[in-house]
Design a protein around this ligand. Structure first.
Ligand code: ASP
Length: 218
């Protein structure tokens, strides 16, 4: 009998341990809207590509050990180039974020977005999202199929920023190319360079040391 109980106990422990561990990580929701970060071309060097082709799960699937940083789930809100974003979609995005963040089950939101109007969306969300939880936008200058695509690292860093306690109460943030910027000041300065987003008036709020980001959260 004792042995039987011990086996049951071990079994329960084996089932519960991963569940309890999963619970201690922040729950981050990715809202995908399209853009170059989800763009696909015919080859790694093809400069022609179509925005919004790659699903968020495919992007997160490229990030090594992301499951140690946060519990990730994703929703595809749109699959467009951000030059085609309209007011209806912006309102839909803001409403969805407010609904998600009102839930105890969501600790932060990451939005993947085209870079052309990323700063406009960031500022709009800063004015319309009512939550102290982190909201972080990111994008990419190279499509997901390109050699040295910048999207996966940008997405990883955005997830790290959205998972951090210190990102609470800061309004909407942009995390891109290793920098964290305030939605109020961020602007795109260059049409091709990965170092395109800058905060000319107030400077960056912080930096993310790229591949070390996992160590920071670990
Ligand atoms: N035209 C693209 C967009 O804004 C550019 C990009 O994502 O970088 O969606």
């Amino acid at each position: 009998m004792k042995r039987y109980l011990l086996n049951i106990f071990t079994l329960v422990l084996l089932v519960l341990t991963p569940l309890l561990q999963a619970k201690s990580l922040p729950n981050i929701k990715i809202l995908a809207t399209g853009g170059t970060i989800a763009g696909a071309g015919n080859s790694p060097t093809d400069t022609n590509y179509t925005s919004g082709q790659i699903k968020p799960e495919q992007l997160t699937g490229q990030i090594y050990e992301i499951e140690d940083i946060a519990n990730i789930s994703a929703e595809q809100i749109a699959a467009i180039g951000s030059q085609n974003l309209n007011n209806t979609l912006l309102l839909q995005l803001a409403q969805r974020i407010n609904t998600l963040l009102a839930s105890e089950k969501v600790d932060g939101v990451v939005i993947t977005h085209g870079t052309d109007t990323l700063e406009e969306t960031a500022y709009f969300l800063k004015l319309t999202v009512k939550s102290n939880k982190p909201v972080v936008l990111t994008g990419a200058m190279r499509p997901a199929t390109a050699i040295s695509a910048d999207g996966p690292l940008n997405l990883l860093n955005a997830i790290v920023v959205a998972s951090a306690e210190t990102s609470k109460n800061r309004g909407v943030l942009v995390a891109i190319n290793g920098a964290v910027m305030d939605a109020r000041d961020v602007t795109k300065m260059n049409t091709t360079n990965v170092q395109t987003f800058q905060s000319p008036n107030f400077g960056n709020l912080g930096f993310i040391p790229g591949w070390l980001s996992r160590a920071l959260t670990g």
